[in-house]
Design a protein around this ligand. Sequence first.
Ligand code: PLP
Length: 935
Amino acid sequence: MTRSFADRHIGPDRDELRQMLDVVGVASLDDLAAAALPAGIVDGGVLSALPGAVGEHEALAELAVFAASNTVATSMIGLGYYDTLTPPVLVRNLLENPAWYTAYTPYQPEISQGRLEALLNFQTMVSDLTGMEVANASMLDEATAAAEAMTLLRRANRSVAARLLVDVDVFPQTKTVLATRAEPLGIELVEADLAAGGLPEGEFFGVLLQAPGASGRIVDWAPVIEAAHERGALVAVGADLLAATLITPPGEQGADACFGTTQRFGVPMGFGGPHAGYLSVRSQHARQLPGRLVGVSVDADGAPAYRLALQTREQHIRREKATSNICTAQVLLAIVAAMYACYHGADGLRAIARRVHGHAVTLAAGLGGAAVHDRFFDTVLVRVPGGAEAVVGKAKSRGINLRLVDADHVAVACDEATTDAHIAAVLESFGTSSVVEPDAGVPVPIETRSSDFLTHPAFHRYHTETAMLRYLRELSDKDIALDRSMIPLGSCTMKLNSTAEMEPITWPGFARLHPYAPVEDAPGLLRLIDDLQNWLAEITGYDSVSLQPNAGSQGEYAGLLAIRRYHLDRGDVHRDTCLIPSSAHGTNAASAAMAGLRVEVVKCRANGDVDLDDLRAKIADHADRLACIMITYPSTHGVFEQEVAELCALVHDAGGQVYVDGANLNALVGLARPGRFGGDVSHLNLHKTFCIPHGGGGPGVGPVAVRAHLAKYLPGDPLEPGSHAVSAARYGSASILPITWAYIRMMGAEGLRRATLTAIASANYVARRLDEYFPVLYTGEHGMVAHECILDLREITKRSGVTVDDVAKRLADYGFHAPTMSFPVAGTLMVEPTESENLAELDEFVAAMIGIRREIDQVADGVWPVGDNPLRGAPHTAAGLVGEWDHPYSREIAVYPRGLSHSRVKVWPPVRRIDGAFGDRNLVCTCPPLEAYAD
Ligand SMILES: *Cc1c(COP(=O)(O)O)cnc(C)c1O
């Protein structure tokens, strides 16, 4: 039998599926579809525009043609994107290693210590290099980090006018994204050349600077920062981390926050991404940091242990009052950057920086007096009156891309990959072939940094390849990723990320393109992007798709902005209210607030469905203020609501738009299309439904798809001011789009439909098997769930004292990652098995859950006390087995709950249960000095 890619991607084979369907009580996948989905939304001629499926090697061959048609020029464009030499040990053992890239966001810290330690290294690296006290665990890119810095300064400085001063030399793409973000929030941006003189008149809550600037110039910002503080403004600086190894970091110049990218620390440019942005602040602003913050706490034995601090799942608690909508960030790339710093250490980074600067100095010297600035790090702005275009053309013919600034200026950016030969070729392009002695020009020495950085042992211990190899292995061995067991996280769709899908992302033809390279350099990528936009439009039933948003949250934001601008353009200026059901994901409300919309909550009925009576009442209440409703389909309660078409019609009749959150599209692909059953706009999560791995908490891609009337409001080119771009790069995280392209290409329409139905079958199988042990909270027609199910533990907790936490931690002793905890309903677990798990693995999980239920019964029956039983004691470590054992259950039950002879490979959690509250009271968010461990 020849197996297709779909047969490899989908876990259960025909026999297994038959057994599962027997348990569910349907005869076939088609019967399952008929039973689970409302007839009204099922869409007959679906996906006819997709090409037929091909095998792995054919898909790779097609991708190789795309990659080969791109031109990998020497990139000297700069503007925040630089070529970098990724150490091969990091490529193979981190970037291309499923133990790292298939992990989930570290919400279960006891089985995530490896990536949490790596992220703490990232935070330490950023705060050290920028001279700040606290950094978060990555942002989506530099421009969005700048926008988050803007809103952070605003939150910290509410008393003055809503005006932000932006220096002219801030990166142009950053200015565009700032403008997009500022407008709906009522923030006014004022641009000025702050290096030239004092601050302009007027009140400002903040000032935004860049170091070095877009022109390459290095300015001593200390006097400007001081002047800003005197005027009551706070200051954020976009800082280049490599330059910061040599020049005085903004923190030492008095800045309140720093933002930027860590791309040049070993992360390929990727035609725009993904890479990790950063945001660092003084400690008094730590609680204002958006996104995730890793901190240090202690476990049940008092040993130090890492976990996410403060704002864990912040949006779910604070919703529209959340500091931002960031959920998925850029964990995998943040870890690459951190490991790059660990591998090079402070002296290695300084050496790289000096080499880069040296090339820039040689270039400036060779150009005599043509360099505009005398203090620069890597970028030389060159004056060539009337000749800029010709110079750029000559360099292009030598295989080098320079930046055309205007008719009279060219900018040349050096990086880690720059060689003497490149500099010589650039000089030839300027018509200057004789390299003048370095002191012929007048570059001024720039090394003003005297403070130490990266002094922690993490940045000293791993400078040899052997040491780094083992460090990476040691860390990943502490974590549970998809390479060990299923990860049944509801709403997150942890499915197979196949090797064939992953291989192309590091190919130079995709990885080494600058996002602002001339379009003629990227025909292969543009063709791939075009295919993907068309395929996703076909799959969702919408008319236009933008791949720009770097996560689901950003897609939500872009989609809501489109709705807002649509209403404004039609003169409906009062339509500012966004209805959101109480069950919604927290990012929905946070995105609405960012888009300048007021959030109104619509109730759910006892059966979990949106309460249409309450919806009618809310529509009547808000009448001509109604902008839109934001629903998730199938709902976050894991059911296909029957009345979705009616719901959409109610909102449309009242003049509102319908946003369908597409995070649950894994239950719809090939069956129904949100663009056809009532949606005007949706975002998708390519890192859920379409196989981009979660990377331990990112990267993600959150395309936004719209019907034709909203197409002109999709985000535009970030280099075009006023284009409403939401990310720094036109196509966002372009270099990981081949993953989704390959998935769709290899599955074909039939494979995709089978995957969807198998995911629904698996969820219903698990629901039926577990219902008598843990009641399934919500079901739809015929007692069916969609692609996930919520297990209700609240009664069990009431009777036994055993909590969802206890069950989640105990699953680690059984070798499993916990399901989603207490979302969307507190006191429950949400299970999403996906189509990729075979019956044996589903049964292992079911057996673990049944075993746990029996343990709970023993607690309820008083066999074990509530305060001391295998659940409350979970997870159990190897170290906990030695020495005294004074628990009322055996060591064997503790660590081999299914018996020693059970064949599953034992997972050993490295720490015991972590005390989150202690960590929040004693906030430590950088690598603690070694003496901290002494007491
Ligand atoms: C995951 C998810 C989001 C947010 O997506 P990110 O990519 O993490 O920003 C939004 N809504 C729902 C229902 C989700 O499950």
